[in-house]
Design a protein around this ligand. Structure first.
Ligand code: ISL
Ligand code: CA
Length: 533
């Protein structure tokens, strides 16, 4: 058993609702994922991160859990889940699950019980006679009233926050983690893990977003909880954890993952996701490659071990955001793949990214399903933003951009029924089936790149040395004693002069150019050079 195999893993994120519908009800499901395991294996990844499949009323698509020990009926049964773990295992793929422990659903039995003031479950949640001024991630007050008391919810009102000051909560969560680890899963992606501990419920400093956050953001109490979970549960299994950590800088990230801390193994930072916005994600600015490159290079040099990603189920599609989803869709998607898969750290690929899926093409508000999108739209309306602007805001930023059904073939191939969320209209052009057949597809480029990564230890464990970071170009070297690979990336749609020279052979290129010393870099050009050392 290799305790640190996770470091050298390549992870593929599956959002079950949108992956594959096996029983024709328009909703993706676990048997659907099983049908596609050979596809996932062929891609070359060895870990799947499965977004929540637990029982849930689906206010937030499974991030509101009503029973951690059973499976959402829409997605299948516990037998299906056991089979998924087993079938994945047969293909050399292990599964990590989402661990959502900041909150449960308001339909969880604990919360239902906790509404009675004298119930032993009362203290599982955070009840007060009066709300404070904290605001929620989805806008508006973080408190709602039930009976004559208020409960805290940092997310939607159907997601009440657990009270981590109560040792009973700790006990329950440990049981849940063991239940799944005993089934053979490989660990957890820990949802908003750095906000679970509230050190005070005092009024916070007034802010544009998340008033109150100084009382729950990365508190010492959170570190203690993580150390306990590690010692009592995780250390007894062959597994790893990746924390989703909002608003952390590199120091705060290291405080969660340095080995001597014994907390998490790696975290998803957000700083690079903030490089195309002002203040918060609803206000986008033009994407400037320079900023992204700077933040990535900083995390590469300062953070002990990175969890690298350019998209997930909460973010717009990477090619639409950091590339060009029109003229240079193929080139820029391959360039972004080269970036994500050659940085130091563990790469995460989000379903559909491997075929260059683009943002959704929603025409009207009612085509969006995400509750966050609707809340922000309503807030913007209240603030009297004009309609065209509100629509633009959500078109650029809605989480549904990443949640449209997976495009399996020209007709869609996700389901025979109308899918729960509108399928992109470009499935005729962008789909798995055609991508498999086309040797120059984004998909086949991913496969080749993943193979290169597996064949060259330096891409996994070599050092990171930035060589050039100006002008929208990002050139860096990954090196160890006997080997070095250079990544050359043009993140812009303009041709650029190649600023430096090196000795070596090109090993992969998104323009299929073999000559490593070509003086001009084409739009979004990227390639790797095996250096002579
Ligand atoms: O969507 C976001 C950034 O664009 C965030 O505000 C997001 O809500 C935050 O990153 C937390 O995300 C996680 O927890 C949420 C859930 O809605 C998200 O899907 C999940 O990834 C609450 O459980
Ligand atoms: Ca289904």
């Amino acid at each position: 058993m290799n305790k640190e195999l996770w470091k050298n893993s390549i992870v593929y994120q599956i959002y079950p609702r949108s992956y594959m519908d096996s029983n024709q009800d328009g909703i993706g499901d676990i048997p659907g994922i099983i049908q596609k395991l050979d596809y996932v294996k062929d891609l070359g990844v060895n870990v799947i991160w499965l977004s929540p499949v637990y029982a849930s009323p689906n206010d937030d698509n499974g991030y509101d859990i009503s029973d951690y020990l059973s499976i959402n009926k829409e997605y299948g049964t516990m037998e299906d889940m056991d089979l998924l773990i087993q079938e994945a295992g047969l293909r050399g793929i292990r599964i990590i699950m989402d661990l959502v422990i900041n909150h449960t659903s308001d339909e969880h039995q604990w919360f239902i019980e906790s509404q009675k003031k004298d119930s032993p479950y009362r203290d599982y949640y955070i009840w007060r006679d009066r709300p404070n001024n904290w605001t929620s991630f989805f806008s508006g007050s973080a408190w709602d009233k039930l009976g004559d008391s208020y409960y805290l919810h940092l997310f939607s009102k159907k997601q009440p926050d657990l009270n981590w000051n109560n040792p009973k909560v700790m006990e329950e969560i440990q049981k849940i983690m063991k239940f799944w680890l005993d089934k053979g899963i490989y660990g957890f992606r820990c949802d908003v893990i750095n906000v679970i501990f509230k050190s005070s419920l005092a009024n916070g400093k007034k802010r544009l977003v998340l008033t109150g956050r100084e009382f729950y953001h990365s508190q010492e109490g959170c570190h203690e909880i993580l150390r306990t979970l590690r010692k009592e549960v995780l250390d007894h299994y062959d597994c790893f954890t990746v924390g989703e950590t909002v608003m952390v800088n590199t120091k705060e990230a290291n405080d969660l993952i340095l080995p001597e801390r014994k907390e998490l193994d790696m975290v998803f930072g957000f700083e690079h996701m903030e490089t195309d916005q002002i203040n918060n994600k609803w206000f986008k600015t033009k994407f400037k490659p320079k900023k992204l490159i700077k933040v990535l290079a900083k995390w590469q040099s300062e953070v002990y071990w990175n969890a690298n990603y350019l998209s997930n189920h909460d973010q717009p599609r990477s090619v639409s955001r950091f590339g060009d989803d029109q003229k240079y869709r193929i080139e820029s998607a391959k360039m972004l793949a080269t970036l994500n898969l050659t940085l130091k750290g563990t790469p995460y690929i989000y379903q559909g990214e491997e075929i260059g899926m683009t943002n959704g093409d929603f025409k009207s508000l009612d085509e969006y399903r995400d509750l966050e999108t609707h809340r922000i739209y309503a807030l913007a309306k209240k603030l009297k933003f004009p309609k065209w602007y509100r629509m633009k805001m959500i078109r650029l930023t809605s989480r549904d951009n990443a949640r449209t059904p997976m495009q399996w073939n020209r007709e869609g191939g996700f389901s025979n029924q109308k899918p729960w969320l509108k399928m992109n209209e470009n499935t005729e052009k962008i789909n798995v089936k055609d991508s498999i057949q086309n040797p120059l597809s984004i998909l086949n480029y991913y496969k080749a790149l993943i193979q290169i990564r597996k064949d060259n230890d330096v891409l996994m464990n070599g050092s990171f040395e930035p060589l050039y970071m100006k002008n929208g170009l990002f050139i860096f070297r990954r090196a160890q004693t006997n080997q070095a690979i250079i990544t050359v990336l043009n993140l812009t749609k303009k041709a650029k002069k190649m600023p430096i020279k090196f000795n070596g052979k090109k090993i992969i290129s998104n323009y299929n150019k073999e000559n490593a010393s070509d003086p001009i870099l084409k739009p979004y050009e990227s390639f790797l050079v095996m250096e002579e050392v």
